[in-house]
Design a binder for this molecule. Structure first.
Ligand SMILES: [Ca+2]
Ligand SMILES: [Ca+2]
Ligand SMILES: [Ca+2]
Length: 393
């Protein structure tokens, strides 16, 4: 009963924020206008990836040492989604990224037996000092084959040991560690009767840090459509089909300093602020999909600038907004355009389908996925794969 009433409360929050949208849209439009007058930042080249890295995705910074780690699923090295006859030529790899732009392969991920493929995407350090990596298998098999892998680290070096911590996710996309829990976004829950649906999974430290290690079993989650709902699945929100025909749900996830989770839909750019309180989960829609932005890929909160940054894969753009301290039903993100460019091969550092970023000091380091979908500014994959940098004020 408790769960049902919380879901109802969440639905009401979302509904009410819809109804108060008009006023907030005007606020949002004004901030875009203001940003347009301000000159946009020019993304510059940070790194050219080696020839065996075709399409990077996830990026994270060690909270202990500041070392930067990148995942490269290498989706560009083979056939497109759901065509097992055309496997990727290159495995997914983990790379270490230096502040001098050096990118060095440090680990190859083990393929899933059922698909023979690896799909490493979002990653994060947990309190045990190990890296937890989303292994997105949805592009090869859409029946709940995605995993969370644990890369056992010795400081900033992978030991070579990789364990399977979670199985049964559908499109595991981004990961974040907060308040002794691992949070993972799922972009396609594939629930019958829903156009699309994104989910947020959470795994407490006492389960996730040992799962799949020694004699402790891997956590096997249930598909979202099964009742009763898996206890780890905290949030489910329906995603509608966007004007470019994309129904993808939650993509990036990040926590601001007050513990609010910010996330957004890849399909239509709807943005959400989510608070996990003792009395339940509260969900606020802080940007109506397609009203200003139409795509939210990776998302990152930077404490120094106190801003949340959005990688807009569709527009080759970076947006920012200030976290909203006093969230109410009509709270809307005041979006500011930071950088944008047209279709490019990325060789000069221009944004080439940005998908994740981190901020180190005043440098925003941006990953260019460069794996186009219909309706994006980026029309084709072109070597080499690149990372961009923007100097923030
Ligand atoms: Ca992503
Ligand atoms: Ca391109
Ligand atoms: Ca490129």
């Amino acid at each position: 009963m408790k769960r049902i009433s919380l879901i109802a409360f969440s639905a009401i929050c979302v509904f009410l924020s819809h109804s108060l949208f008009t006023q907030a849209e005007e606020t949002g439009a004004k901030s875009v206008e203001k940003a347009a007058v301000k000159s946009l930042a020019k993304a510059k080249l940070f790194a050219k990836l080696p020839a065996d890295m075709n399409g990077p995705d996830g990026l994270t910074v060690s909270p202990k040492t500041g070392a930067i780690f990148l995942t490269v699923p290498n989706f560009n090295s083979g056939g497109r989604a759901n065509d097992p006859k055309v496997p990727k030529k290159l495995p997914g790899v983990l790379a270490k990224v230096g502040l001098d732009g050096k990118v060095e392969k440090v680990l190859e991920f083990p393929p899933l037996e059922a698909t023979g493929q690896t799909g490493c995407m979002g990653l994060t350090f947990a309190s045990d000092g190990n890296l937890y990596v989303c292994d997105n298998q949805y592009f090869f098999n859409t029946d709940h084959k995605s995993r969370v892998l644990r890369v056992i680290m010795d400081g900033d070096k992978p030991t070579g040991k990789v364990e399977v911590a979670v199985e049964g996710l559908n499109l595991a996309n981004a990961a974040a560690w907060h308040n002794n829990k691992l949070y993972v976004s799922d972009t396609f829950l594939d629930i019958p009767g829903k156009t699309g649906a994104g989910g947020i999974w959470a795994f407490p430290a006492n389960e996730i840090l040992k799962a799949g290690s020694g004699d402790k079993p891997t956590i096997k989650v249930k598909p979202a459509a099964e009742e009763p709902r898996d206890k780890h699945l905290l949030v489910v929100i329906e995603a509608k089909k966007s004007e470019r025909g994309d129904n993808a749900g939650f993509d990036g996830i990040t926590f601001s300093s007050d513990g609010t989770l910010y996330t957004g839909n890849f399909g239509d750019g709807t943005l959400y602020a989510i608070r996990f309180t003792r009395v339940g989960t509260r969900i606020y829609e802080i940007h109506k999909g397609e009203s200003i932005i139409k795509c939210c890929d990776g998302i990152y909160y930077d404490k120094r600038t106190d801003k949340v940054y959005i990688n807009d894969s569709q527009k080759n753009a970076i947006w920012a907004f200030k976290p909203i301290r006093r969230l109410t039903r009509n709270s809307k993100a005041k979006l500011e355009l930071i950088a944008e460019n047209g279709d490019t091969d990325g060789a000069d550092g221009s944004l080439d389908q940005p998908c994740e970023c981190v901020v180190v000091g005043k440098k925003m380091i941006i990953v260019n996925f460069d794996w186009p979908f219909p309706g994006l500014v980026n029309t084709k994959y072109d070597e080499p794969s690149t990372l961009s940098v923007i100097e923030l004020p």
